[in-house]
Design a protein around this ligand. Structure first.
Ligand SMILES: Nc1ncnc2c1ncn2[C@@H]1O[C@H](COP(=O)(O)OP(=O)(O)OP(=O)(O)O)[C@@H](O)[C@H]1O
Ligand SMILES: [Mg+2]
Length: 412
């Protein structure tokens, strides 16, 4: 029986763990969290952090898996590439390229070299450096950690409203606190609708699976609040988006496997927000893509790793949308969090039985804390709906979300 290491055992990895089991593989899951939701589905659990490359390599030498992969998490992409290189296993992306797909500083440099349209950017290595570089932008700019995810620490700085050094220091300290390696990116703010593009590469040839319209919170934060497939942008803009997505995938030299490419459709054309050499999270590849196109990207990713044929053929064409639940009425645009307690949740059954709704999930319960939305982890639940087209799916998901009512009280 062939053996596989799947890096990460959280709920997001469950579809991949299931697919590997169904394919008859002996599945090891690796995670630092011994309570991770996917552990009971695997054959064996190894309590190892997915970003501890050396520990993963040691385990691979001991258990001798035939394949090493991850599903929808960012950082393990690097580990998979490094361990595969060390063991001389098949590499669908090199370590050097994986770095460019996971560290925003390396990514921006690589994309610039390869002529992929990107915003003007700088990397800041200290508070003074940050303040100096931020002055290059006239009125506003985006600050974000070079190496985090889930929009943690991504913020728009408005220096027209507040040009003071103390404001810039506060922004720097906030963003820096989310940066593992200490590097803070300073970027031109790109204006325009945002999409993500799911791609799949087979033997170096990249296919576009679908384009997803993305909804994000009001400024100054950028947390995703919903996704809708297929994109409703004009075809001419979508063609430009596809061109930039293919160029970005080409820039990181993916040989086989999925990419999740985030793009802004600006007045000056499509520009890259970021690229990930993995499947899109946020229920995009696990739910929305299969619902709207019938393509099973989890199965495709596993097939690519183990050398089975990859089936990218669309099987249907309909709309699919997800909307996230979050604490709506406590808009807090300061950098300090104000925590509240959930006192009631109503309307779950009503939402579940509404037309087109395929899934309603809550991540929190009465008595749990809720905070203003600054990162994806602050979201409280979601609804997913399908429709004949994207507009209908979006309207149905919006209506289901509306049906759910939460009340809160201040934390004492
Ligand atoms: N230069 C920019 N101009 C405009 N918006 C930006 C810029 N950089 C980031 N954003 C916004 O912030 C969001 C999060 O940024 P980014 O994708 O770089 O961080 P992340 O933490 O990896 O996010 P996630 O894991 O949620 O995709 C983007 O989806 C986009 O809406
Ligand atoms: Mg992103």
């Amino acid at each position: 029986m062939s053996k596989i290491f799947i890096l990460g055992a959280s709920a997001l990895q469950i579809p991949m763990i299931r697919a590997a089991k169904e394919r008859g593989l002996y599945v090891y899951v690796l995670d630092y969290d011994s309570a991770a939701a996917g552990i009971p589905l695997a054959d064996e659990f190894l309590c190892i952090s997915t970003i501890d490359s050396r520990a993963v390599l040691e385990a691979a030498r001991k258990y001798k898996p035939d394949y090493v992969m991850t599903s929808t998490s960012d950082m393990p992409v690097r580990t998979v590439a490094w361990v595969s290189e060390q063991l001389g296993m098949q590499c669908d992306i090199s370590y050097e390229d994986a770095l460019c797909a996971t560290d925003k500083n390396h990514m921006r440099r690589r994309m610039k070299e390869c002529g992929v349209p990107i915003p003007k950017f700088y990397a800041a290595y200290s508070a003074e450096d940050f303040i100096g570089k931020s002055r290059i932008f006239k009125d506003r700019f985006v600050a974000k950690p070079a190496d985090n995810a889930a929009s943690r620490g991504v913020v728009l700085a408005d220096t027209k409203r507040n040009p003071s050094v103390s404001y810039l220091r506060k922004i720097y300290n906030y963003v820096h606190s989310f940066s593992r390696g200490g590097v803070v990116m300073v970027e031109e703010y790109m204006e325009g609708p945002e999409v993500s593009v799911e791609t799949f590469t087979v033997n170096g040839e990249t296919h576009i699976i679908t384009i997803t319209d993305k909804m994000v919170t009001d400024l100054p934060y950028f947390v995703e609040t919903g996704h809708t497939e297929g994109s409703r942008l004009p075809e001419i803009e979508q063609a430009d988006i596809r061109r930039v997505a293919l160029k970005a995938v080409g820039a990181i030299n993916v040989i086989n496997g999925p990419c999740h490419v985030e793009i802004k459709a600006t007045a000056k054309g499509a520009k890259l927000v970021e690229i990930a050499a993995r499947m899109g999270g946020d229920h995009i590849t696990s739910d929305l893509v299969p619902l709207s196109t019938g393509v099973d990207m989890t199965a495709c990713s596993l097939a690519a790793v183990i050398g089975d044929p990859v089936d990218l053929e669309p099987k249907r064409s309909q709309g699919a949308a997800i909307r996230f639940l979050y604490m709506q009425n406590a808009a807090d645009t300061s950098l300090d969090s104000s925590t509240r307690i959930i006192t009631s949740i109503e309307g779950i059954e009503t939402a579940s039985s509404m037309p087109g709704v395929t899934d309603v999930q809550l991540y929190s319960r009465v008595g749990d804390e809720a905070v203003p939305l600054k990162s994806s982890n602050d979201r409280l639940g979601h609804v997913i709906a399908v429709g004949a087209d994207a507009d209908e799916a979006a309207a149905r998901a919006d209506a289901a979300l509306e049906a759910i009512r939460l009340t809160y009280e201040d934390k004492r």
